[in-house]
Design a protein around this ligand. Structure first.
Ligand SMILES: [Fe+2]
Length: 363
């Protein structure tokens, strides 16, 4: 299985994983044969990529942080919660709230059982309406960091709930600002910045969440250098939950396609985030986060410094910049099934990964 962008999809390829739409509806099942018209539809709908069957002996095993089913169920509950509040439907809201609590328990279970798990895949947020997927991804990432930080179950629950609801306050931002297809004006940005205050105010009124979760919602845009909002708190006054969510929120937003830009690769996003250690983010927490993110996830196509391209088929703990790569033969090139083990093969010490391949002529 390998992950490829829509521009590289070709008729005849077979989907390796289910593809879901923005409302968790199944668009195409694993095993579907792609046709030109299906590929067109996926491109028009804003699909940012798909996992494709690659029948090679070195086929990598790609696994998300949490199972697809749990992720989709949590997305459904978050959507129902947000939309219930938006409509003023308190019955739906309280039902989805209790569902979210149970699902969060399952997320903590899944992540806690594999403490060494890594983020080693490109997270599929297939369509442009990504808010709910983003909330769930941030929660899963945050819990993963929380486990590394040694938090107990109750601490993980408080952190997870804050992460799941960190952007709840966007419901109270005018839709024309929220959905604007382009950069915000100064005034619009000032309005948008109120979402963390609005979200925490709403949750405080419900009196149903631990204080730590509410503070996390309020402070997820505070910065280590105290230039964040809404309070401009110094780092010493910020909580661990808010600091963890700030990093995970940034990383997940950067690695997602948005209407005004395409997604950054995990390695590009990591560079940006690491460049902000001690500026936007707490360096100690960032250290825990970095250890969990694989910059070149399995299944992605990378350029190597010797001019060839390859598919990442394995990553090694403590050596994520030097994965095992299966080369992609150029047309007419006799090399077949050549694998570079950049971590363990001493003859390849002079070869490095330059970056993720974004060329349309990949194969
Ligand atoms: Fe936010």
């Amino acid at each position: 299985m390998r992950y490829i962008q829509p521009s590289n999809l070709k008729a005849g390829m077979v989907l390796a994983k289910n593809l879901y739409g923005s409302r968790s509806e199944l668009l195409l099942s694993a095993g579907s044969f792609l046709t030109d018209s299906l590929i067109n539809k996926l491109e028009v709908a804003g699909c940012d990529g798909a996992y494709i069957v690659d029948n090679s002996p070195d086929e990598p095993n790609v696994k998300g942080i949490i199972s697809t089913k749990l992720k989709e169920n949590t997305v459904k509950a978050v959507r129902s919660f947000f939309q219930g509040i938006d409509r003023g439907d308190s019955l739906v809201t309280s039902y989805s709230f209790s569902t979210m609590k149970h699902l969060l328990d399952d997320i903590i279970d899944e992540i806690s059982t594999d403490k060494n798990a890594m983020v080693n895949m490109v997270d599929l947020k297939v369509f442009d309406d990504y808010t709910y997927y983003h909330c769930v991804s941030v929660a899963a990432l945050a819990i993963m960091v929380g486990v590394s930080a040694g938090m107990n179950r109750n601490g993980l629950y408080k952190l997870g709930m804050g992460a799941l609801l960190h952007d709840l306050g966007k419901i109270f931002i005018p839709k024309e600002i929220l959905n604007k297809d382009g950069p915000l004006t100064y005034d619009e940005y000032e309005q948008m910045k109120k979402h963390s205050q609005f979200g925490s105010d709403y949750l405080k009124r419900q009196n149903a969440l631990p204080l730590e979760s509410i503070i996390a919602v309020l402070t997820h845009h505070e910065r280590y250098d105290s230039k964040g909002y809404p309070l401009g708190l110094p780092a010493a006054k910020q909580t661990i939950e808010g600091k963890i969510i700030a990093i995970c929120d940034n990383y997940d937003a950067m690695t997602s396609d948005r209407p005004y830009r395409t997604a950054f690769s995990p390695s590009e996003a990591m560079e940006h985030i690491m460049g902000n250690a001690g500026i936007m983010f707490d360096p100690k927490i960032l250290e825990l986060f970095i250890k969990k993110i694989v910059p070149y996830p399995v299944g992605t196509i990378v350029d190597l410094s010797n001019g060839v391209k390859g598919i990442v088929i394995e990553n090694f703990p403590d050596s994520y910049m030097r994965p095992k790569v299966k080369l992609i033969p150029k047309l007419g090139d006799p090399i077949e099934n050549v694998v570079y083990d950049l971590c363990n093969d001493p003859t390849l010490l002079n070869v490095t990964v330059v970056g993720i391949n974004r060329n349309k002529e990949t194969k």
